[in-house]
Structures are given as C-alpha cells and as structure tokens.
Design a protein around this ligand. Structure first.
Ligand SMILES: Nc1ncnc2c1ncn2[C@@H]1O[C@H](COP(=O)(O)OP(=O)(O)OP(=O)(O)O)[C@@H](O)[C@H]1O
Ligand SMILES: [Mg+2]
Length: 312
C-alpha cells in the first residue's frame, strides 16, 4: 500500500503548536515505510526532527539521514540562493547573476524572497531536479511549513515572483515551483489542527484562502491530539453504581464526566470543521499519546495511525 505514490511535495501547514512538526515527521515515516525516498524539510532555522529520531543533526542546509529512505534538512535560504545562482551558471544570464553579489543582496531583501527561496529549495530536493551532480534523489519532499502567515506567504511567493520577474531564469524557476504547488496530482496540501475553536476556524479560513489563491482546497486535514471517546449513558450509570458500591474510587465518576464533556466539545468542533471544508478534503483523526511518550515512539504511533486512516 503506497498512499504517497506519484506525490512529489507535501506541504504541512497549521496554527502554531498544533503538531505540524510531529505530523510532518509521521508523514515522512509513513511515506518512507511505503518505499518512497523521502526528505522532510524544516524551515526558519528550526531543527527539531533529527532529535525526534535520536540522530545528531547535520549543519543547516545539509541533509541528515534518519533511516532507510528517510532524511531531513533544515533549509538555509542564503545557501539555497547561492546554489540556485550556481546552477544557472550554464546560461549567460546565470553567469552574470552569479558574478553579481548585489543580485544576491537584492533578492534576499525583496519582500517574500526568503519564502520564495525556501519553497524553491524544497522543490529542488524532489525527483529529477537536483542542482549539481551526484546529489541524492528524493521521490517525495515533506515541508514542515511555518505557522499561519509565513506558511501562506511561502505558498504564494512563486506566483508573485513569476509575475514581477518579467522574463528570464527567475520567472522560469518561479513558474516551475508554482506548477507543482497548484498541481493536485503531484502535490498535497495538509493542515494540522486540534479540535479547538481557534485552530478549527483558522483551518477553515486557510481552506478558503487556498481556493482563492491556488485554486485548490486542502487535500488533507489532520485533527491531532484527539482524546478517548466519551462514555455512553449506560456506561456512566455503571460507573456511578460502581462508585456507590465503592468498587471504584469516588473521583472516578467526576473523571468520567469530564472526559465525556471534553469528548462532546471535540465532536462539536469536528462537525464545525467538516461543515467548513470541501467534500474532497479528507479529514482524519489522530489520537493524543499518553503523557511521557518519547518523541520517537510518538512519531511511530502517529505514522501507523496515518497509514491506516488515509484513503488508498
Ligand atoms: N498526537 C499527539 N499526542 C501527544 N503529544 C503530541 C501529539 N502531537 C504533538 N504532540 C506534542 O505537542 C507539542 C507540539 O508539537 P509540534 O512541535 O509538532 O507542534 P508544531 O505545530 O510544530 O509547533 P510550532 O508551532 O512550535 O512549530 C510537542 O511537544 C509534541 O510532542
Ligand atoms: Mg514545529
């Protein structure tokens, strides 16, 4: 079973703290186990994925091997820009750009430039696109995108740059990244949320924004950190009679009630989420791991749940 076959890029977005990095790692593990050579990209100087695999990270901009078929990288936009300029060196324009230090400074200072270089580097890690010989090829690139605003800036930067670049290598490059981002066969847009008010409304807003700007809805929404289901009325009765007969401690009835209250709030937010999304967006639920679960075990557990929950 390979739910990631023919996917080249997966961008994982969502509100801060909902579990984007953990889910990106879990998607990476699930895709690698299905046989896809996969690289997970961290951005904005973040570098927490290698530690979750118990691996010492390589310097920023270099790939760290995490296991069979799986690597991670923290994209360094300055290094990526230099790499891009060098890769253009075959063309006369590229030589001129490569020789011009002010070009690098100009690009780096332009609004949205760091997001543009970052998403372009993520594109480059994919199949058949590596700048320079002898670099490891990946089938699939998973991007742990920055939270909300910066994440959306990364998704539209290629369009903006293609529009303002006139003609030439910047335009050509931006168009190729844009083509991938807007292709629902080759790329996948994922949002992670928890079943709470703000993350759910941000996810619904993100979905509308994507339809307007990229002409496609979210492909997948991961509702993360779901608690256990609530008790039914008959189960609640059994619990309270067990408390009455002192078979269960007195706190058990209160704990069961609190659990049911939380579960019904989650169900209400799930309904709200589903009604704000499009029919073609898959929503899956991943559970809250028990406290103290080590990050590597957490990622493994979530990868297994993901594989089971994703449509084939
Ligand atoms: N399903 C889960 N069960 C238990 N803990 C989880 C689960 N998913 C994520 N966590 C924990 O929640 C915390 C935040 O997760 P993570 O760092 O992946 O979120 P993030 O969205 O990437 O955050 P940031 O916005 O800071 O980048 C971490 O401590 C992580 O271990
Ligand atoms: Mg993160």
């Amino acid at each position: 079973m390979n739910q990631f076959r023919n996917r080249e890029l997966i961008v994982v977005t969502g509100k801060g703290g909902v579990g984007r990095t953990t889910i990106s790692a879990a998607i990476g593990v699930a895709a690698a186990s299905a046989g896809n050579r996969t690289v997970i990209c961290e951005v904005s100087g973040q570098q927490s994925i290698p530690a979750a695999f118990g691996v010492e990270p390589q310097p920023l901009g270099s790939e760290t091997t995490l296991g069979p078929n799986l690597a991670s990288i923290t994209i360094d936009p300055d290094a990526a820009l230099q790499e891009w300029i060098r890769a253009q060196a075959g063309a006369a324009v590229g030589r001129a750009l490569g020789a011009s230090r002010s070009f690098a400074h100009f690009v780096a200072a332009a609004p949205g430039a760091r997001e543009m270089v970052t998403i372009t580097k993520a594109w480059e890690l994919g199949p058949g696109r590596r700048w320079g010989r002898g670099k490891v090829e990946h089938d699939l690139v998973v991007v742990d995108a920055p939270a909300s605003g910066h994440g959306t800036a990364m998704l539209t930067a290629p369009r903006t740059f293609a529009d303002i670049a006139g003609s030439g290598p910047v335009k050509e490059q931006s168009e190729r990244v844009w083509d991938l981002l807007t292709d629902p066969i080759r790329s996948m847009l994922v949002a992670v949320t928890t079943l709470a008010e703000l993350p759910v409304s941000e996810t619904v807003e993100l979905n509308s924004w994507l339809k307007e700007k990229l002409d496609r809805p979210l492909d997948l929404v991961v509702a993360n950190r779901i608690g256990p289901p609530g008790f039914s009325r008959s189960e609640m009765k059994l619990i309270s009679s067990a408390v009455d007969s002192e078979a269960l401690p007195s706190g058990a009835a209160k704990a069961a009630e609190l659990n049911s209250a939380r579960a019904s709030i989650e169900s209400a937010h799930l309904a709200e989420l589903q009604s704000g999304l499009d029919a073609q967006t898959t929503v899956i639920k991943l559970t809250e791991a028990s406290a103290g679960t080590e990050s590597s075990a957490l990622v493994e557990q979530l990868a297994e749940q993901l594989t089971k929950s994703l449509p084939n």
